[in-house]
Write a protein that binds this ligand. Structure first.
Ligand SMILES: [Zn+2]
Length: 318
């Protein structure tokens, strides 16, 4: 009996596991990663490439201010926690200049992120091509990709960031006052931004500033002291890259008062979110989010007092 069972099991296994080479059909390859993550978009004269740095797995109910609301939202959406949060960067090719907005996590967050450069190369650009890096703020998943193994990843780029973030993360006084579990962020800031300071490549700006023709910073302080969005405008076509205004699309559009543990000033971050959502819904410009599921492009709709995110339709041609 046993011998027969083993024989039958072996025959079934052989059928299931047989590679599909009979009949000449090629075996289908499978790798434990997605195809290169980039997405192209034309905005007037600007050629924009959304570059995925990968994802970070987080249990949002443990790091957001209304855990039961978060749990309920995920349960009713049939989604699990922890969830995978996208980390999106944006390359703007104006013709004259190649500008990168945010640099992903580099080597700081492990293997699920730090893919910016491979995706950039797959999209046809090299890190040496980048003339300017605009940081929405200094935080591991935005400035972490500036420097890997002590080397500046973008050797030809000037780095722009609101001077309030430079003062907070790099001046030493705040680090001394920080709780031990927050000190790591200060250390990572030094590790990744200092090489640009030493090379004379850091260009702090002060509040709303036109940094390049058609590219303007928009102050949205709170998440960090100098957190800034960037408004792109080419021929009247507008795109707001709003950094960390939203970490969890599942809950922060319907309830913008939900904060995340990483907010340096949660109250100010919440009022910045309210203002950003109101402006985007009223004006109707396109939005790109650092943590909205890749490629993170869409519009904000306001209906009966509630905001919703409307993902932009996928386009096979930019
Ligand atoms: Zn972030």
């Amino acid at each position: 009996m046993n011998g027969l069972r083993v024989l039958l099991a072996a025959m079934v296994f052989a059928l299931v596991a047989a590679p599909a080479k009979a009949g000449g059909s090629p075996s289908i390859g499978w790798a434990d990663e997605q195809a290169p993550g980039f997405y192209r978009l034309r905005l007037g004269d600007f050629k924009i490439t959304v570059l995925s740095d990968g994802t970070a797995s987080r249990d949002l109910s443990q790091i957001m201010s209304k855990p039961t609301v978060v749990q309920d939202a995920f349960r009713t959406s049939h989604e699990n926690l922890p969830t995978d949060i996208s980390i999106n960067c944006f390359l703007v090719d104006t013709g004259a200049t190649k500008i990168l907005i945010d640099t992903g996590a580099g080597a700081l967050f492990g293997a699920s992120s730090g893919h910016l450069i491979s995706n950039m190369r797959a999209s046809g650009y090299a890190p040496e091509d980048i003339n300017a890096v605009l940081l929405t703020h200094i935080h591991g998943d935005h400035s972490g990709g500036l420097t890997v193994a002590g080397r500046r990843v973008f050797p030809n780029a000037l780095v722009y960031v609101d001077r309030r973030d430079v003062a907070y993360w790099l001046n030493g006084a705040e680090k001394a006052n920080a709780a031990p579990n927050r000190r790591q962020t200060f250390e990572q800031s030094h590790q990744t931004v200092d090489p640009y300071v030493q090379a004379g490549k850091l260009r702090p700006f002060d509040g709303a500033t036109e940094l390049f023709p058609g590219i303007q910073s928009v102050s949205q302080y709170g998440h960090t002291p100098g957190h800034s969005a960037y408004m792109l405008n080419s021929d009247g076509n507008r795109l707001l890259l709003w950094g960390d205004i939203v970490h969890a699309s599942e809950v922060q559009f319907s309830d913008p008062s939900i904060a995340i543990e990483y907010d340096v000033d949660a109250r100010e971050a919440i009022s910045s979110r309210h203002r950003a959502l109101a402006a985007a819904a009223e004006t109707g410009y396109l939005v790109g989010g650092a943590h909205v599921s890749f490629p993170g492009l869409g519009h904000v709709r306001l209906e009966q007092g509630t905001y919703t995110w409307v993902p932009a339709p996928y386009r096979s041609s930019p």
